[in-house]
Design a protein around this ligand. Structure first.
Ligand code: 5GP
Length: 209
């Protein structure tokens, strides 16, 4: 079976990446979502094992020590990490696995898996971002400000991504995400096995003439 791709989706907090990912998962069977581990407290409505695995600092550090995380990073005072085994299993099963993670983790993934496809989701402007974050109503003003300051750090690393997804209209954003992923999957770097097969066939052919 052809292996699936590893897709990393990052973006400013409030860019709408969570909504985008949910839509991709419900519209296409080919995607599987990695559920992260975090030390952050659950927000209202969040369920352990659905949005995140909510763990204590000790549990998190223990998982890191055991080598159970593909990557991990700190974001606004809390730790977040990607459990390794699920990602490996799903890719082997041919699923395109989505990691919705922040930039430091994304760049760690790119180091380990150079063939990972990195997408960065952004609203059309920072004033739009502030409007969305304030409108969400789940965060205190101080947290909103911290998240915008974090965006200033993240913007510096945006050029390390493969594609930028402007999320103005959600349907259009999802169509673009799928288009970019499909294009990226055709790049030679993600088709080494196929190229090798062609080379072998050609070698066999040249021997026969
Ligand atoms: P939130 O607290 O809003 O759910 O997430 C905060 C940030 O952490 C978001 O940018 C989210 O994408 C990122 N994040 C979630 N899970 C992980 C993870 O496993 N690893 C890393 N590096 N970042 C994550």
């Amino acid at each position: 079976m052809k292996k699936g791709a590893l897709i990393v989706i990052s973006g400013f907090s409030g860019a709408g990446k969570g909504t985008l990912v949910k839509k991709m998962l419900s519209a296409y069977d080919r995607f599987a979502l990695s559920i992260s581990m975090t030390t952050r407290a659950p927000r209202e409505g969040e369920v352990n094992g659905r949005e995140y695995f909510f763990v204590t600092r000790e549990e998190f550090d223990e998982t890191v020590a055991k080598g159970g995380l593909l990557e991990h990073a700190t974001y606004v005072g809390n730790s977040y990490g990607t459990p390794k085994s699920y990602v490996e299993e799903q890719i082997a099963n041919g699923k395109d696995v989505i990691l919705e993670i922040e930039v430091q983790g994304a760049l760690q993934v790119k180091e380990i898996f150079p063939e990972a496809i990195l997408l960065f989701v952004t609203p059309p402007s920072i004033s739009e971002l502030k409007k969305r974050l304030t409108g969400r109503g789940t965060e205190a003003e101080e947290v909103v400000n911290k998240r915008i300051l974090r965006a200033a750090e993240e913007v510096v690393l945006m050029d390390r991504y493969d594609y930028i997804l402007v999320n103005d209209d959600l349907d259009e954003c999802m169509a673009n995400a799928v288009k970019y992923i499909d294009a990226a999957k055709c790049a030679p770097v993600r088709n080494e096995h196929f190229i090798k097969g062609l080379k072998e066939e050609l070698e066999g052919f040249s021997k026969g003439v």
